[in-house]
Design a protein around this ligand. Structure first.
Ligand code: CAO
Length: 422
């Protein structure tokens, strides 16, 4: 049977093959990713719809393909013993391939200068914003070595290339291939730790590599400030207790996270600068009039951030039900690319696990993130929950950070009972 490109979601009916994860003769499992496809917005994994053995690969890296097109032929009934598949990844939220990283068909040109080439003549993979920046700067992207999965060129790759050219112009450095982004290079030589005692090793999954890359990109390009606050959630927790049974009757469990999402909408509406993105190409702050909140979910493979859409239009019961389903799907790695896109602000609640204060890293291209820790009883019987908002100090000032966190704290401290009733 032929595995075909499925419907990838709104506005995504075609794309370019950026990675191929199987070869002829491989056994594949149902749902194992076969190829990754890039379109303007995202890189989507294309899973196998059946288990079997790959008999023919029908596409090449760089091929333009569309919905319904066959990509791989398999004979059904294999035992599915090949390497685990990558999962979805996206451009605008921490996500997550696992398995081996694909490489584009690229080659150094004569003289050691890097030159991307693809048999189909398609341009090197890069996001629209990186392409636009390269075009504005007059940079030929086929000279830039991409270090992301599938050879995709990141903003950091482009920046490194520009720095390389600048060094070349200023200091006459020898004409050699531009260095790849430092994140792609091993930080140091491998050390044989077994000299000092027993060790065991585990390969770093592509999901973990992707998380590392996203975190490094955010931490090294955004000046972070974290503003902390202690929130009195005594009455909020009383409301939760009072209505817990009613929610359970409706098949949902009411948790602190649901209240937080509701309160966040109030704070984001009052402080729109936190529900925004900085467009570094046009030097504009893009304020969003929708409230799509990313929720960090702790999965066995690592952090994934699905997005709960239009939180402002939903009541507490809907939020509870939809977040529950979304988190379940995420833990089972069944979340779609669309579920991972379009977030305007992220919340990371570690309160179900424990610990006190922490400084969350902004989920770029958002400009702020809320970190929530476990609410604890004080000596006088109050329940106090530590929260922290990390924000991008390029676009948000400290005073606004303090105003935002106070609005959020007040929304939680005075959560109206009418919003909880069902
Ligand atoms: N203070 C006190 N109690 C809290 C709390 C808080 N801040 N947050 C959650 N709780 C409680 C819940 O109310 C629930 O209580 P009961 O056991 O009494 O019913 C319990 O802790 C477990 O909650 P939960 O974590 O299962 O559910 P949730 O809706 O609160 O959270 C989700 C959902 C998806 C946010 C959570 O499951 C999760 O994955 N958290 C981890 C996020 C993460 O990994 N962040 C790190 C990102 S940076 O690496």
């Amino acid at each position: 049977m032929d595995i075909k490109i499925p419907n990838l979601g709104e506005g995504a009916d075609s794309g370019t093959v950026v990675s191929i994860y199987v070869k002829e003769g491989d056994s594949v499992k149902k749902d194992q990713t076969l190829v990754e496809l890039e379109n303007e917005k995202a890189v989507a994994p294309i899973p196998s719809t059946a288990a079997g053995v790959v008999t023919k690969i029908l596409v090449k890296v760089g091929d333009k393909v569309s919905v319904g097109q066959s990509i791989v032929s398999i004979s059904e009934g294999g035992n599915g013993t090949s390497a685990p598949p990558p999962a979805a990844k996206q451009q605008d939220g921490p996500v997550l391939p696992q398995g081996q990283a694909g490489a584009p068909q690229s080659a150094p040109a004569s003289g050691g200068v890097y030159q991307y080439s693809s048999p189909s003549g398609s341009p090197p993979p890069a996001s629209p914003s990186v392409r636009k920046l390269a075009q504005d700067l007059g940079i030929d992207l086929s000279r830039v070595r991409g270090t992301e999965s599938g050879g995709r060129i990141s903003l950091a790759d482009l920046r490194n290339f520009v720095q390389y050219l600048q060094n070349l112009a200023l200091h006459g450095a020898p004409a050699q291939a531009a260095p790849a982004a430092t994140a792609a290079k091993p930080a140091s030589e491998s050390i044989d730790f077994s000299k000092w005692g027993p060790v065991h090793k585990k390969a770093v999954t592509s999901l973990r590599q992707k998380i590392a890359q996203k975190m490094t990109e955010s931490w090294t390009t955004i000046p972070h400030v974290t503003q902390f606050e202690d929130v009195d959630i005594t009455s909020l927790m009383e409301l939760r207790k009072k209505y817990a049974a009613a929610y359970e009757k409706n098949g949902v469990k009411l948790t602190v996270t649901h209240f937080i999402l509701k309160a966040l909408v109030i704070a984001l509406k009052k402080h729109p600068g936190f529900n925004a993105s900085l467009d570094e190409n046009t030097n504009e702050v893009v304020y969003k009039d929708y409230y799509h909140l990313g929720v960090a979910v702790d999965t066995e493979q690592g952090l994934i951030v699905p997005v709960l859409k239009d939180v402002d239009k939903k009541n507490l019961a809907q939020i509870a039900k939809e977040l529950d389903e979304l988190a379940e799907k995420t833990r089972a790695r069944k979340v779609s690319v669309d579920d991972l896109k379009g977030g305007t602000f992220t919340v990371s609640n570690l309160g179900g696990i424990g610990g006190s204060y922490f400084t969350p890293i902004i989920n770029k291209p958002e400009v702020a993130i809320l970190g929530v820790s476990k609410g604890k009883k004080t000596a006088d019987g109050k329940l106090i929950m530590p929260i922290g908002v990390s924000y991008d100090h390029r676009v948000i000032d400290g005073a606004d950070g303090a105003r935002f966190i106070r609005t959020l704290a007040e929304a939680l401290e005075t959560f109206p009972e009418k919003e909880v009733k069902i």
